[in-house]
Structure formats: C-alpha cells, structure tokens
Ligand binder design. Structure first.
Ligand code: CO
Length: 209
C-alpha cells in the first residue's frame, strides 16, 4: 500500500459520499451522537467499523493491543469517561478476536521489553482462570478460550469504573463481550451473564454515587 494511493482513495471516497448526499460532510461536521463505545484490538485485520457495517458517527472507537481496559490506563479510562458521561452511549462493547498476537505473546514466557507490563494484564487473566485454562489440553482451544476470558475480564474492568456504574443505575447502559473470528469473519456475542459475575465482584468494586 503506497501512501500516495491513500490520498487518491480519499478523493474517491469524498466523491462517492457527495454523490449520494451533497450535505454528507456538512452534516457530519455538526457533531457526533454515537450509541456504542467499541473497545477492540489494534490488529489491522479487525477493522471495527467495516466488520460491524457501520458508518462514520455511529460508533466511538478505542483500540489497543489485545483490547485491554487496564484500571490505571489513562487513555482507556478517558475514552470510557467521555463516551459514557458525555456522549451518553447506550452500549459498551469489548471485542476481542481469535488469533490475537497480544494474547498469544502473553501465553509465552519471552521477555518482550516495554510490552511486558501490558501483557502482564493478560497473564493476570490467565492466573484468575488458571484451573479452567490448564484443563484444556489442546493449545489452540486454550488460546481461544483465553481470548474469550480476556474479553470477559476487560468487560468487568469497564463495569468497575464509576461512570459505568452510575450509567447502569441511571439509564441501564449495557456492556457486551464479543469475539471476532478472523477465520470465518463472524462476530460472536459471548453472551456473558454479567448479573451473575457482578453479584460477586460488586461486593468489592461497588462505588456509592
Ligand atoms: Co489482537
């Protein structure tokens, strides 16, 4: 992919949009009112908008290595705060994907320098679910399950935040855990039952409003 080509593509994209709606960009510039916050992986194959079939303005997006929501990560915390408290999104999605390089790296004991503290968050997920994961003999199946459990744990990290706790009580905001299967292109809803998980964790993380 040549950089020059990107600017050519952009010109074509503008023409396409204007052909359908001559006010497209003037309307887009008025502001955003997305219903969904999507937190996904930076992986170039997991293109948030394209795989969901959504348009500019539909989804507020945050991506990082292995779709993490570390409790002290200022970037993720700021995105959640802005999306929930200011944009008033109705749904927060954490979307992982099978064959995630970040999750794979966390399963290996290699020293990866600056990536170590980031990947340690995934190793913590492994530690929390060690009994279940160690019982899976097939390595690929274990890797896939860690991808799913990582999504679940990052959803819990979303729910731990004060903004989301408030929004759940005030206006019933929903948190969803999804996985994108690169092999088939399918988006899978993990249908995580947060009410059950929350019964246990909220005793620890509950914040009074
Ligand atoms: Co990934």
């Amino acid at each position: 992919m040549k950089i020059k080509q990107i600017f050519e593509n952009n010109k074509e994209w503008i023409q396409e949009k204007l052909k359908k709606d001559s006010d497209y960009f003037s309307n887009l510039s008025k502001g955003q009112d997305p219903d969904i916050l999507y937190i996904g992986c930076s992986d170039s194959r997991v293109t948030a908008e394209e795989l969901m079939g959504v348009a500019p303005g539909d989804v507020f997006v945050h991506r990082n290595i292995a779709n993490m929501v570390p409790n002290t990560d200022l970037s993720a915390m700021s995105v959640i705060d802005y999306a929930v408290a200011h944009l008033k999104v109705k749904h927060v999605v954490v979307c992982g994907h099978y064959y995630c390089g970040g999750v794979k790296a966390a399963m290996q004991s290699q020293d990866l320098g600056i990536l170590n503290p980031w990947l340690r968050n995934i190793r913590d997920v492994y530690r929390i679910h060690q009994a279940e994961l160690d019982a899976i003999k097939d390595e690929e199946a274990r890797y896939k399950r860690l991808v799913e459990l990582n999504v679940q744990e990052q959803c819990i990290n979303v729910i731990k935040t004060a903004e989301v706790q408030k929004a759940v009580l005030d206006r019933g905001i929903a948190v969803h855990g999804w996985v994108f299967d690169i092999h088939s292109g399918k988006l899978i809803d993990l249908k995580i039952d947060f009410s059950e998980i929350l019964k246990d964790v909220m005793k620890i993380y509950h914040l009074d409003s």
